[in-house]
Design a protein around this ligand. Structure first.
Ligand code: UD1
Length: 424
């Protein structure tokens, strides 16, 4: 296992290129199960979640190879419709194979993903969606066993309303609906940019989808789809993380390969805190001088402030001149990082679904432990703000979603190194 050793107090300065979006890639990869052939996913990030998903697809008979950020997927010979626990337990998005397998082969057996480090994350909406498309769903020995029930062995189009806006359920049901018989209408569908990336890929495979980029998606099912090539959108959460890190260290950082429209809520919060942002096409330059003003945030589905960037915001607000409240209505228990920030001297109180960061306390380096992907990004930012050395343990969490983060931060002037350790 590796840890990061960070020497705090350095100002980030320079340029960083943002990778393709992890959460988009995880939605694009399973589309290869909808059609036989060779796919190329350009701008794929080289991170642990992509490797995990590649191994899962490998266990289903798909050949996956990442070469210079282009992911090659050959789904000519899908040999299995079962996603085993050993893969699913490592990554919840593994459940994305359910929809495509069921739609194309009429059956799927997928391990239930279970809980995660920031509270319960049910999959009821995924399952309800498949049932509304005519599948029978049973849970047997920890596995979701899904089968089509029609005489044609195909899913059947239907109207599906999501009670809660869910990225994952929208991804899964949208993929399934492309090969269903008849029309499917999804209402209150998630409209995150990663969904739009997926929907456009599906259209380039021959799917017929209206309403892309809105909360109502209408799909006319087709008999077959074909392989395609796709460009993955830039990672808005990675971009948000670097912007916040730049502001937290009173830095001057330019991001390349970003889509500023995907970052509106984060950019606004940064501007409100006193950072200056200069947006030019696909680049954003952030400069920050002095202590930030406290800015409250409340997470919300896109285009609201993303839950995946709230832990980083909490670290940033430690430098502020007052109290900032962070509310997470999407994942109300996603505050596992608070006790670790407190080890660095942070003054933070938690309440039901929120925390209040009282800025201005002196932060001093300590050993802290990552509990999930974005919590670890928060700890790295806080470590760069603290005086002295901070050891961040369990950085395998951060490796799930950030490509070469320590190298990129070093290039921006941070003092951070990865070392193997027995501590965990
Ligand atoms: C995705 C992202 C994750 C992000 C989250 C919210 C991926 C791989 N992961 O996760 O990084 O934090 O969106 O933007 O893209 N819910 C249900 N029943 C369900 C599914 C979800 O009640 O069947 C609830 C969840 O508990 C949560 C809310 O819906 O409160 C939104 O979750 P969802 O959008 O589904 O998150 P994920 O797709 O798991």
């Amino acid at each position: 296992m590796d840890k990061f050793i960070i020497e705090g107090g350095r100002r980030l300065q320079g340029t960083v290129a943002i990778s393709g979006a992890k959460n988009a890639t995880l939605a694009l990869m399973p589309t290869c199960l909808l059609a036989p052939g060779v796919f190329h996913l350009r701008n794929t990030p080289n991170n642990r979640d992509v490797w995990t998903f590649s191994r899962l697809l490998g266990s289903l008979g798909v050949h996956a190879e990442l070469n210079q950020n282009t992911l090659f997927l050959d789904s000519t010979n899908v040999t299995s419709t079962e996603a085993p626990y050993e893969h699913v337990k490592k990554m919840r998005a593994s459940i994305y194979v359910l929809g495509p397998l069921l739609a194309r082969f009429g059956e799927a057996r997928v391990s239930l993903p279970g809980g995660c480090n920031f509270g319960p994350r049910p999959v009821d909406l995924h399952l309800k969606g498949m049932e509304r498309l005519g599948a029978s769903i049973e849970v047997e020995s920890g596995y979701i066993v899904a089968k089509t029930t029609s005489s044609t062995n195909r899913l059947q189009g239907n109207h599906i309303h999501f009670d809660v806006s869910s990225v994952g359920a929208t991804v899964n049901v949208l993929m399934a609906a492309t090969l269903a018989e008849g029309e499917t209408v999804l209402t209150n569908a998630a409209l995150e940019p990663e969904i739009t990336n997926l929907a456009r890929m599906l259209v380039s495979m021959g799917a017929v989808i209206d309403g892309i980029g809105t909360t109502t998606l209408t799909v006319q099912g087709v008999d077959a789809l074909h392989a395609t090539d796709v460009d993955t959108i830039p990672d808005r959460i990675e971009a948000a993380t670097y912007l916040i890190a730049a502001a937290a260290t009173k830095g001057d950082v330019t991001l390349r390969n970003v889509n500023p429209y995907h970052l509106t809520a984060v950019i606004q919060a940064l501007e409100d805190s006193g950072a200056e942002l200069d947006i030019n096409g696909e680049t954003i330059r952030l400069t920050m001088e002095g202590a930030p003003k406290p800015v409250d945030i409340t997470t919300a589905p896109y285009p609201g402030y993303p839950t995946d960037a709230q832990a980083q915001w909490a670290a940033y607000m430690l430098a502020s001149t007052g109290a900032a409240r962070i509310r997470d209505h999407i994942y109300p228990t996603r505050f596992g990082y608070v006790s670790e920030l407190q080890r660095l001297g942070a003054d933070i109180t938690t309440d039901e679904g929120s925390c209040t960061v009282n800025g201005g306390s002196k932060l001093s380096g300590a050993t802290v432990m990552s509990s999930d992907l974005r919590a670890s990004a928060s700890l790295v930012i806080a470590g760069m703000m603290a005086e002295g050395h901070t050891d961040v343990l369990r950085v395998y969490h951060i490796d799930r979603g950030y490509e070469n983060i320590e190298q990129r931060l070093r290039e921006l002037g941070a003092v951070i190194q990865r070392v193997p350790t027995d501590e965990y």
